[in-house]
Design a protein around this ligand. Structure first.
Ligand SMILES: [Zn+2]
Length: 393
């Protein structure tokens, strides 16, 4: 213990000046240090250490100083924790856990005699706001079933310019979330070369890595099957959107508008454009060579009353969530309890209602454990595999 002054050192002339303390006080100092180590249980100390590592990692990732941390940095950290989700779409950090993380950050500062940045009003009000929000909103997003999805898509203006441009993108995104059971971050990260046209299956989607990747053994492949009708055909939605996207690769605004308009005005709700009828001579709107690009699939768009532009940059997961919100409102639905994850949980729920096995759902959702599917069943399909339906009532 270097910081404990020894009595000998007190009389050494060239030692750093320390307060004069008698033997009893010296002993009491030892006792107080010993007590100090017992103020926190081993579990709490471990939790604080873990919280501190997490906070430090966040700071380093964003070029921020962890010690001493500015209250603004702590606020960003709280905001970051509030939007982290686990594989079930549940918040990764409960409010109690967030408070514990803050306690860990506070402890680290106080131990060093620094001001506690988590005590700032701006930080505590943020946590209070989050606690309120979590209390009034169910943690898990409610599932959107097939009929809900068709209603949302039907409310869009598909055959008009400029509305049809975003309608095409949003329809494709919705089918990726529902038929593909993709998480929003997975949908946002797709590139054109993640897609592979398949003559029998519809479209294969390589999730999480490029299909050109060396290690294909562990690649997650999601299937978008041809729909029985064009209205339930996810490949049709992909073909329509990618075809518009390809028109945007020109600097000539006039040509782009003309090409996009003619595509939109020719939109036929009840005609397959995905090549499912290719045996009968009908090719899809796009071909495999159109997909040989690492460019993002779902793009950010800019739209005003007269024009809609497709950006080179990909859409964000947050924007996908906001999109669903807007589209549900436009369809006369209350988006309050729904999020992009509602499409994935909707896939599970709809498939279960239609008689899918746990194995089948695990495969589509790329879940390793059957228990995960059971969590969805318990919440949204209480009648599934439940003997109550076999009572002959
Ligand atoms: Zn189709």
């Amino acid at each position: 213990m270097n910081s404990t002054p020894s009595l000998a050192a007190l009389h050494a002339p060239d030692a750093a000046p320390v307060p004069e303390i008698d033997a009893e006080l010296h002993e009491l100092e030892e006792v107080s240090r010993n007590l100090q180590t017992h103020t926190l249980s081993a579990n709490t100390r471990a939790a604080y250490a873990k919280a501190w590592r997490s906070f430090e990692g966040f700071c380093h990732g964003h070029g921020l100083d962890p010690v001493p941390a500015h209250p603004e940095t702590v606020r960003w950290y709280v905001a970051w924790m509030s939007v982290q989700h686990d594989v079930h779409g549940l918040p990764r950090f409960s409010v109690a856990t967030i408070r514990q993380h803050l306690a860990g950050v506070a402890d680290h500062h106080l131990q060093q005699g620094l001001l506690d940045p988590t005590g700032h009003h701006g930080v505590s009000s943020l946590v209070r706001g989050l606690a309120k929000l979590r209390a009034t909103r169910p943690a898990r997003k409610r599932p959107l079933l097939l009929d809900d999805l068709l209603r949302i898509i039907a409310a869009m203006e598909h055959d008009a310019y400029p509305a049809g441009v975003t309608a095409a993108r949003d329809t494709a995104a919705l089918w990726l979330g529902f038929a593909g059971a993709l998480r929003r971050s997975e949908a946002a990260a797709l590139t054109l070369e993640s897609l592979q046209l398949h003559p029998v299956d519809g479209i294969h989607i390589h999730v999480g890595r490029s299909k050109a990747g060396q290690d294909n053994t562990g690649a997650d492949v999601v299937v978008l099957p041809f729909g029985a009708t064009p209205r339930t055909c996810a490949p049709c939605a992909i073909h329509r959107w990618v075809a518009l996207l390809l028109e945007s690769i020109t600097d000539n605004v006039r040509l782009y508008r003309q090409a996009v308009m003619s595509r939109l005005f020719a939109y036929q709700l009840d005609t397959h454009v995905c090549g499912v009828d290719s045996a009968g001579g009908g090719a899809g709107l796009i071909s495999s060579s159109d997909l040989a690009s690492p460019a993002p699939l779902l793009r950010a768009t800019y739209r005003n009353r007269k024009n809609a532009r497709i950006h080179a940059a990909g859409i964000t997961g947050d924007a996908l969530g906001a999109m669903l919100d807007t589209r549900m409102t436009e369809a006369g639905m209350d988006p309050g309890e729904y999020g992009f994850h509602s499409l994935r949980s909707g896939h599970v729920t709809q498939a279960r209602r239609n008689g899918a096995s746990t194995d089948e759902i695990m495969r589509a959702g790329r879940w390793q454990r059957a228990e995960t599917v059971t969590v969805y069943d318990r919440e949204f399909n209480p009648a599934a595999r439940n003997s109550v339906t076999r009572l002959g009532l």
